[in-house]
Ligand binder design. Structure first.
Ligand code: NDP
Ligand code: HSE
Length: 429
């Protein structure tokens, strides 16, 4: 057992960082045994130095994160500041100074993962980021390492805790969107700017990271088709219920049948109540991974929050510390397949479309013809009349997204169609 401690710089001490510091302190003896050397919190970089931080020696606090990394004795940096800058520069500085990095920063990894991996490799250091995807759930390392001998064809899951919390509250208690978002923010689930959660950017960043790992290719944030959940209404939930479904914000990553391309998308979708993802409540996340030999695997657990996320960070800290003692590094980026990412128009799935139409003879036939003209086959139609107007709910068989977009565009031009109230994909059947 080495007695000289490995020194850790904690960059950020908010919802996640404060829990990392707490667990490092309370579990110090166990961590020492598991790593084979003590780990010492050597400095904590924050923005507001005067804020009271329970359990943290005020002498460790600094606002100069760069100086902390450059002082010469730091072995590992934990970046839990979030956002692009100064996190990106700090991580690069860490590598340049021989420091391995653990980060929870999905936004940065989705945007600049390739450059950061390259910098880590160039300096012979580790970049670990289990906490960046699905909070406490061990998912990144199982996919990077345990499944490295298999071929992953599909990943589908709930990867954002805040939006799952909001959708769950709207569905189960009838809570309003803003009320549920405020509660998720107070519980520490939401990003500094919750727009990242509700508009699907956070889930898209996680989708890009997972797609890269799953398919051994490079998927950038911009490659991921993204729709948020701000438009999901009580009427959508009522409609979903009538179909025996609920609504979840899903990330879906697929390898094409010919293996020559991949798709990556994030959007709200109806899923049957019988599907395991339907019972994922509150800020929990769950991800299905379908691999050629392993079959279907499901990963489930808390997807956000200080302590759960700190658990994933601490797991990475132990792994990186062990590598450091062994003078080794863990696996780097694997992007050798270089598969193109196909546009959303090529994705094939089912749709639930809610239309407001005139309630008069021939309207249903006109609508059905429009679907047929675009090659979209209808599975079910439900009509409810109200004072000369009607609400028409059409559920389709599987069709290409481009065909559906064409159908909707044509429907909007019909005189008898007053409006398209909602379009939602139907998944998980
Ligand atoms: P917080 O906003 O709670 O904490 C951010 C911390 O960074 C604060 O301590 C802040 O200082 C510090 N900080 C901000 N700017 C600077 C700067 N320029 N220099 C030094 N320190 C700075 O964020 P979270 O803890 O919630 O999230 C941190 C990271 O973890 C993000 O990347 C997030 O996406 C990720 N993450 C978060 C999860 C969660 O559930 N919250 C789950 C999984 C990942 P100060 O305290 O003085 O304001
Ligand atoms: N804001 C994120 C979420 C934090 O709600 O999932 C965890 O990554």
């Amino acid at each position: 057992m080495r007695t000289r401690p490995l020194k850790v710089a904690l960059l950020g001490c908010g919802v996640v960082g404060s829990e990392v510091a707490r667990i490092m302190t309370t579990h110090a003896d166990d961590l020492t045994q598991r790593i084979g050397a003590p780990v010492e919190l050597a400095g904590v970089a924050v923005r507001r130095p005067s804020k009271v931080r329970e359990g943290i020696d005020p002498a460790l606090i600094t606002t100069d994160a760069t100086a902390l990394l450059k002082r010469g004795d730091i072995d590992i940096a934990i970046e839990v500041i979030g956002g692009i800058e100064p996190a990106r520069t700090l991580i690069t500085t860490a590598f340049e100074h021989g420091i391995s990095v653990v980060s929870a920063n999905k936004a940065l990894l989705a945007q600049d993962g390739a450059a950061l991996h390259a910098a880590a490799e160039q300096h012979g250091r580790d970049l670990y980021y289990e906490a960046a995807v699905a909070g406490a759930i061990p998912l990144v390392r199982p996919m990077r390492e345990s499944l490295a001998g298999d071929k992953i064809n599909r990943v589908m899951g709930i990867v954002n805790g805040t939006t799952n919390f909001i959708l769950d509250k709207m569905d189960s208690t009838g809570a309003g969107y803003q009320e549920a978002l405020d509660e998720a923010t107070a519980l520490g689930y939401a990003e500094a700017d919750p727009t990242a959660d509700v508009e699907g950017y956070d889930a898209a960043a996680k989708a890009a990271i997972l797609a890269g790992i799953a398919f051994h290719t490079r998927v950038r944030l911009d490659d991921v088709y993204r729709e948020g959940m701000t438009e999901v209404s009580a009427a959508d939930f009522a409609s979903a219920k009538r179909m025996g479904c609920t609504i979840k914000l899903l990330a879906i990553l697929e390898r094409a049948a010919d293996g020559e391309s991949v798709t990556a998308r994030v959007h709200p979708a109806m899923i049957p109540l019988s599907h395991p993802l339907a019972s994922v409540r509150e800020a929990y996340n769950a991800v299905f991974v379908e691999a050629e030999a392993a079959g279907r695997l499901m990963f489930y657990g808390p997807g956000a929050g200080g302590a759960p996320t700190a658990s994933a960070v601490l797991g990475d800290l132990v792994a990186v510390a062990r590598n450091k003692l062994a003078e080794a590094t863990g696996p780097g980026e694997s992007a050798y397949t270089q598969l193109p990412v196909s546009p959303m128009g090529e994705v094939v799935t089912r749709y639930h479309i809610s239309l407001d139409v005139a309630d008069k003879p021939g309207v249903l036939a006109q609508v059905a013809t429009t679907f047929a003209e675009h090659g979209v086959s209808i599975d079910t139609v439900r009509q409810q009349g109200k004072d000369g107007e009607a609400s028409l709910v059409v559920v389709t068989h599987r069709a290409a997204d481009a065909a559906l977009s064409g159908t909707v565009e044509a429907l909007r031009k019909l005189d008898t169609v007053r409006g398209v109230a909602s379009i939602m994909r139907v998944e998980g059947e």
